[in-house]
Design a protein around this ligand. Structure first.
Ligand code: DC
Length: 221
């Protein structure tokens, strides 16, 4: 079968990982969550007392990092230097560190190289911020997912509520606004819709409706 690659980009909380996982299962591809890789770098800094606001300090440790991604029952497991960090990276502190280290050129160069390597080996559904614009400009299909800030904050709120995490909707709304700003205004590979991407506003759509839409675009291509 011909190798395919689907790029899914969009801001935090637009539904990228949920959609990418379901889509990958439907078409029998590997799902790669590139945000998890930036989170791995952020986690490493936090756990090793490296000031992640200090670009030079972060650059100097990149070569110490071995990030491995494994597909597990259509989920993704991520390992940092041989240790499974899949759960540890899902905190707000790590998200903020990831968003910061993602502004550094050397971090991006190293991770993009690894992401391209994965694309060259297998059919993939890859989600992130720069997948259609930088990582896989030759993707079979590029999708840009959006949703209103209010809807994205509500989704995150429900997620946290179910996990028993105590946080207000106002705090989450503010956090999303800040992360959108940092991700969209950085100098290198900012969050941006590729010119040839199809845009889907997920605010009022269910998961299956979104995946069906993407499937129809794949068939058209
Ligand atoms: O998708 P996420 O929330 O797990 O991503 C964490 C941070 O990593 C996000 O704030 C921006 C950054 N990121 C990026 O710059 N490029 C990517 N391809 C994926 C994530």
């Amino acid at each position: 079968m011909k190798k395919i690659s689907i790029a899914i980009d969009g801001p935090a909380g637009a539904g990228k990982s949920t959609i990418a996982k379901v889509l990958a299962k439907r078409i029998g591809c590997i799902y790669i969550d590139t945000g998890a890789m930036y989170r791995a770098v952020g986690l490493y800094c936090i756990q090793n007392n490296i000031d992640y606001y200090d670009e030079k300090a972060v650059n100097s440790v990149i070569s110490e990092l071995q990030i491995d991604i494994y597909a597990q029952d259509n989920q993704q497991a991520i390992y940092l230097n041989g240790r499974d960090i899949s759960r540890e990276i899902r905190t707000d502190e790590v998200a903020a560190a990831a968003s910061k280290v993602a502004t550094y050129k050397e971090v991006r160069t190293a991770l993009v190289r690894q992401q391209r390597q994965m694309q060259s080996e297998k059919s993939v559904v890859m989600d992130g911020r720069d997948i259609g614009t930088v990582v896989m400009p030759d993707a079979t299909l590029k999708v840009f997912l959006t949703a209103s800030v209010v809807e994205r904050a509500k989704r995150r709120f429900e997620e946290y509520h179910n996990k028993g995490v105590n946080v207000t909707l106002e705090e989450l709304t503010q956090e999303i606004i800040e992360r959108d700003y940092q991700d969209s205004n950085r100098e290198i590979s900012p969050l941006k819709k590729a010119d040839d991407a199809v845009e889907i506003d997920t605010t009022l759509l269910g998961i299956d409706e979104i995946v069906d839409k993407i499937m129809s675009f794949i068939i058209e291509h």
